[in-house]
Design a protein around this ligand. Structure first.
Ligand code: DLL
Length: 436
C-alpha cells in the first residue's frame, strides 16, 4: 500500500523525541493559561498548583479537568487566552442543551489546523492530484472549514459544495470528476441512495476516497460504504473544543486513528473515578492542547470512549492510535440493567441481510422499566414477502441476543421512512424524561 506523509519528521518521530517536545510545550502552555485565563488560575490556586510544579509528563495528572460545562459558563469568550483582536475565526457547536460552546482561532491556530487536517487527509491517501468535494456544512461547524484548509494545503482541488441538495452532490461528482468525498458517514449513505434512485451507480464514478467522521459509525457501516461506492473510507475524529477535525485520523491501514501528539496529549481515564488508565484500557478520552493560542484547554474531558495503542503502525507512523470511537459515555443506555451503545445496535442490524443502514432507537419507560424499540428500514422485497420478513426477524433476534444479551422490540419499516440527515444523524430518541 502506498504510504504518504505530510510531515514525516513529526509523524514518525521517536517516542523520546516526541515526549521531550510534549513536556517543553506543556510547561509553556501551563504558564500561559495561568497568566492569561482567570478560570485556570483560580482552579490551579484552589488545588495549590503552581506552573513550576509541572516538570514531567507524569505531573499532568495533578492538573484539574476541564469539562464542557466550563466552556458554557465561560460563554462566549471568557476562556480565551488572548485578546479578541488576535482572534481571526470563531466556530461553535450547538449541542442539545441550548448554550453553544464557542471556540476561537488566532492566525497561528488556523495555520496549525490546516497542517493537522493536511496530515490526516494525506494519511488517508489524498494527494495534490485529487478533486475533493466537501459535503460537510460550512458554517459554525468545524468539519467543512477544517478539511477545506487541509485539502488546499496539500494542493488538492477543493469543491466547497457544503451539505444538502443531494442531487446536486451527485451531478457535481459526475461533472467535476470528484475523487474524494468528505462528509458524515450517514450523509454518504444518503448520497448513495439518491444516486441509485436516479439510476446512477456510484461505483462507476471517479470517486476513490472517502473521509468520514463527526459521528460514530461501525466497521460494518464502513464496509457497506466502501462496497457501495467502491472507495477506501477512512475515519476522522475531532471536536470543536480541541480544534475540530485534524486531531486524529486513520491512515490507509485503517487500524486506529493517529493522534497529532506533537500538539495534543491524550489520556484515558475511568469516567466514574477520573483515575488515569493504562494504555490499552478503554475509557474516556481526555485531551490537553499543547500549542493552541486562542483557547488552550487543559485535560479536557471529551466523554468519548476509546483506548490507545502506542505500537508503531504498519504505515511507519509512531503517533499513538486511538480506537474508533464506539460512543460517548453519555450515549450509553442502560436497559434492563444492561449497558447498550447505539453502535452495538448498528452492528447487530447491519449484520443481517435485508436490513438497510437507516435506523432509529427509541427508549421509553413502560411502567417502572425502561424499554428499547429499534426501528429499522428493510429492503422492499422483504416488506412484500411474509416469509422473508419472518426470516429477517429471526436473524435479527439472534444477532441482538449475541451482541446485547437481550432482544429489543423490533419494528421493520419500508425504505425511505425514517428522516434522513445531511449532517450528524440522530439515532436515539429518549422519551423517558417525558414519560418517567
Ligand atoms: O464533529 C469535528 C469533526 C468534524 C470531526 C469533521 C471529524 C470530521 P463537534 O461538532 O464539536 O466536532 O462534535 C464532536 O462528535 O466529541 C464525538 O462525540 C463526535 N465525533 C466526532 N468525530 C467522530 C468520529 C466535530 N469519527 C463530537 N467517530 C465528539 C465517533 C465522533 N464520534
Amino acid at each position: 500500500m502506498k504510504v504518504k506523509y505530510f510531515n514525516k519528521k513529526l509523524e514518525c518521530a521517536e517516542r523520546n523525541t516526541l515526549e521531550k517536545l510534549q513536556i517543553d510545550r506543556l510547561k509553556l502552555i501551563i504558564h500561559r493559561v495561568y497568566e492569561n485565563v482567570p478560570f485556570y488560575r483560580k482552579k490551579f490556586k484552589q488545588l495549590g498548583i503552581k506552573p513550576e510544579d509541572i516538570k514531567d509528563l507524569k505531573d499532568l495528572k495533578k492538573l484539574p479537568f476541564t469539562v464542557k460545562d466550563d466552556l458554557r459558563k465561560s460563554f462566549p469568550y471568557k476562556l480565551f487566552a488572548t485578546p479578541l483582536k488576535n482572534v481571526v475565526r470563531i466556530h461553535a457547536s450547538s449541542g442539545t442543551t441550548g448554550i453553544p460552546t464557542v471556540v476561537g482561532y488566532t492566525k497561528k491556530d488556523i495555520t496549525l489546523w490546516s497542517e493537522l487536517t493536511a496530515r490526516v487527509l494525506k494519511a488517508g491517501g489524498l494527494s495534490c492530484n485529487d478533486i475533493v468535494q466537501i459535503s460537510f456544512g460550512y458554517g459554525l461547524f468545524t468539519g467543512a472549514f477544517g478539511m477545506h484548509y487541509g485539502a488546499e494545503r496539500i494542493g488538492a482541488t477543493v469543491i466547497p459544495i457544503s451539505t444538502g441538495n443531494t442531487l446536486r452532490q451527485i451531478s457535481t461528482i459526475q461533472n467535476f470528476g470528484t475523487t474524494a468525498l468528505i462528509c458524515t458517514p450517514s450523509y454518504a449513505l444518503q448520497i448513495y441512495d439518491t444516486a441509485k434512485e436516479h439510476g446512477i451507480d456510484p461505483r462507476e464514478t471517479s470517486l476513490k476516497l472517502g473521509f468520514f467522521g463527526a459521528e460514530p459509525w461501525t466497521e460494518t457501516m464502513r464496509k457497506e460504504i466502501e462496497e457501495k461506492f467502491g472507495i477506501l473510507a477512512t475515519d476522522n475524529y475531532g471536536l470543536s473544543e480541541i480544534i475540530g477535525p485534524g486531531f486524529s485520523g486513520e491512515c490507509v491501514y485503517k487500524n486506529g486513528l493517529h493522534i497529532a501528539e506533537d500538539h495534543f496529549i491524550p489520556e484515558i481515564i475511568n469516567p466514574e473515578t477520573g483515575e488515569v488508565l493504562e494504555p490499552g484500557q478503554r475509557g474516556e478520552l481526555v485531551i490537553t492542547t499543547l500549542t493552541k493560542e486562542a483557547i488552550p484547554l487543559i485535560r479536557y474531558r471529551t466523554r468519548d470512549l476509546t483506548k490507545l495503542n502506542y505500537e508503531k503502525c504498519e504505515c511507519g507512523r509512531t503517533l499513538v492510535r486511538m480506537e474508533k470511537v464506539k460512543g460517548r459515555s453519555d450515549d450509553m443506555l442502560i436497559i434492563k440493567g444492561v449497558n447498550v451503545f447505539p453502535t452495538q445496535i448498528e452492528t447487530a442490524l447491519l449484520s443481517v441481510k435485508g436490513t438497510l443502514p437507516y435506523y432509529l432507537i427509541i427508549v421509553d419507560k413502560k411502567g417502572r422499566l425502561d424499554s428499547l424499540e429499534v426501528q429499522t428500514e428493510v429492503e422492499r422485497e422483504v416488506i412484500f414477502s411474509e416469509e422473508a420478513k419472518k426470516t429477517l426477524l429471526i436473524n435479527l433476534k439472534n444477532e441482538f441476543l449475541k451482541i446485547l444479551g437481550f432482544v429489543p422490540d423490533i419494528t421493520i419499516l419500508p425504505p425511505n421512512t425514517l428522516k434522513r440527515s445531511e449532517g450528524k444523524a440522530v439515532r436515539v430518541i429518549d422519551k423517558r424524561q417525558f414519560n418517567g
